[in-house]
Design a protein around this ligand. Structure first.
Ligand SMILES: Nc1ncnc2c1ncn2[C@@H]1O[C@H](COP(=O)(O)OP(=O)(O)OP(=O)(O)O)[C@@H](O)[C@H]1O
Ligand SMILES: [Mg+2]
Length: 319
């Protein structure tokens, strides 16, 4: 199932699921909407690239991590129904989330109003903290792994799910690179200790979450550079740009919150994701008027303009 080639799997049956349509694809997998033929329900079926199944380290970790991920029952974590291997392909069946991922949402809406960004951040943070309580580190928190569905009511306008626990290729040598040595995926959210190959714990997710939340507020992650090497350097050595300078109108108190969440050494960061998000929401709420207006958003509809002179006779007739 090489990326870029149209999939011949539509309509086919794989491990008891009938593939209906392609939802999206990343660097290492293709996600399909599929029908669970045993329970007659719609699921998201993720098929991992065949070369990953040939990597023994990956297979072992895949089996272990999908078991742990499936054992976490949390309102903001995509429930995993089944994970396994069939005909040399690793697959995961999980809840189909109707909506779009945060990357697509930001593409469409641009930077989010601080209140909405805060609501989304809090849901992702609660999912991560729950995972950390099970000693599971996500390692790949990024907008593409945050799925935003419609919420239950006006108080909860969106319901956010985190997905892809432990499925990153970044922590596995070789599997993260193509044969020509190119990195697959994005380095925009990767913590300094992941880059230097040190052991990671939940605090690497605090860092990545902070990169994601920064992007939801200003439209770009903290370290945008011309090439991957420069991004790697910046993640390890450059201080993050002050949020309030990147998006004037956001309170300068938020700069210190991001400086701590994005500290280069894990010991200097917040201990939990919710601690970071709670502090951020508190300073954003203190901003005069609740922060700046969203740079882009739905146009407010006022009274329609008066009709042009040539149309007036028609309007008079209609009166
Ligand atoms: N459970 C789900 N329900 C609905 N859509 C999903 C689900 N899981 C993933 N998707 C969609 O499929 C897309 C592809 O997912 P995938 O995990 O393969 O790639 P990615 O996360 O964007 O990148 P990467 O390969 O670096 O992980 C996601 O961006 C998302 O829009
Ligand atoms: Mg993903």
């Amino acid at each position: 199932m090489p990326a870029g080639r149209p999939s011949g799997l539509l309509g086919k049956e794989i491990a008891g699921y009938r593939v209906e349509s392609e939802i999206g694809r990343g660097g290492m997998a293709v996600v399909y909407r599929a029908r669970d033929l045993r329970l007659d329900r719609t699921v998201a079926l993720k098929l991992l690239a065949p070369e990953l199944a040939r990597n023994d380290t990956f297979r072992k970790r895949f089996a272990h991590e999908s078991r742990v991920a499936a054992s976490i029952d949390h309102p903001h974590i995509v429930p995993v129904f089944e994970a396994g291997e069939t005909e040399g392909v690793l697959y995961i069946a999980m809840r189909y989330v109707a909506g779009r991922d945060l990357a697509a949402l930001l593409d469409r809406e641009g930077p989010l109003p601080p209140v909405k960004a805060g609501r989304i951040a809090a849901q992702v943070a609660s999912a991560l903290d729950a995972a950390h309580a099970h000693d599971l580190v996500h390692r790949d928190v990024k907008p593409g792994n945050v799925l935003v569905a419609e919420g239950t009511d006006g108080d909860h306008p969106e319901h956010v799910y985190l997905t892809d626990f432990g499925l990153t290729k970044k922590s596995l040598s070789l599997t993260g690179f193509t044969t020509v040595g190119e990195f697959v995926g994005t380095l925009d959210y990767v913590a300094p200790e992941q880059i230097s190959g040190k052991p990671v714990d939940g605090r690497c997710d605090v860092y990545s979450l902070a990169c994601v939340v920064f992007e939801t507020l200003v439209g770009a992650p903290p370290f945008r550079r011309d090439n991957d090497w420069a991004v790697l350097w910046a993640q390890q050595y450059d201080p993050p740009p002050p949020l309030s300078e990147v998006r004037p109108g956001l309170p300068s108190a938020a700069d210190a919150v991001f400086a701590r969440a994005l500290a280069k050494t894990p010991e200097e960061r917040y201990g939990t994701c919710l601690e970071f998000v709670a502090e951020l929401r508190a300073v954003l709420a203190d901003a005069p008027g609740g922060g700046p207006a969203a740079p882009r958003g739905p146009r407010r509809l006022g009274a329609p303009p008066a009709p042009p002179a040539w149309a007036r006779p028609v309007f008079r007739e209609l009166d």
